[in-house]
Design a protein around this ligand. Structure first.
Ligand code: ZN
Length: 114
């Protein structure tokens, strides 16, 4: 399952940061999750709840997901638009010369400790 892999990746990162800072227990992890990251939030939560119980440092740790809306930038008319609504074609000028500005991230925003 894709989400489980993401959870293990997050846990590894959180543990590394916690160890570097001498933290004993992490109570909350705030995650930036892009709208087009292909990660399903409720599945991520399910995997998270299962995985953190296997880690002493993260027992009962809450995963707080911050959704990041996907935005695409058009190189032709230099405007931004909502990726999920319009896809790769710019709704302002019809150009396909576009790229994703944000919305693909799966990043730890911050962690809270006891
Ligand atoms: Zn355009």
């Amino acid at each position: 399952m894709h989400e489980l892999g993401v959870v293990f990746y997050i846990i590894k990162d959180v543990k590394k940061v916690a160890e570097q800072n001498g933290v004993q227990h992490v109570s909350k992890v705030i995650l930036d999750l892009g709208e087009v990251s292909m990660v399903v939030p409720y599945q991520l939560q399910d995997c998270w709840k299962w995985a953190v119980q296997r880690e002493e440092m993260l027992s009962n740790c809450i995963l707080d997901i911050h959704p990041i809306p996907a935005v695409t930038f058009c190189e032709s008319c230099h405007q931004e638009y909502a990726t999920v609504t319009y896809g790769k074609i710019c709704p302002h000028c019809g150009s396909a010369d576009t790229y994703l500005v944000r919305g693909n991230e799966v990043e730890i925003h911050s962690i809270e400790v006891d």
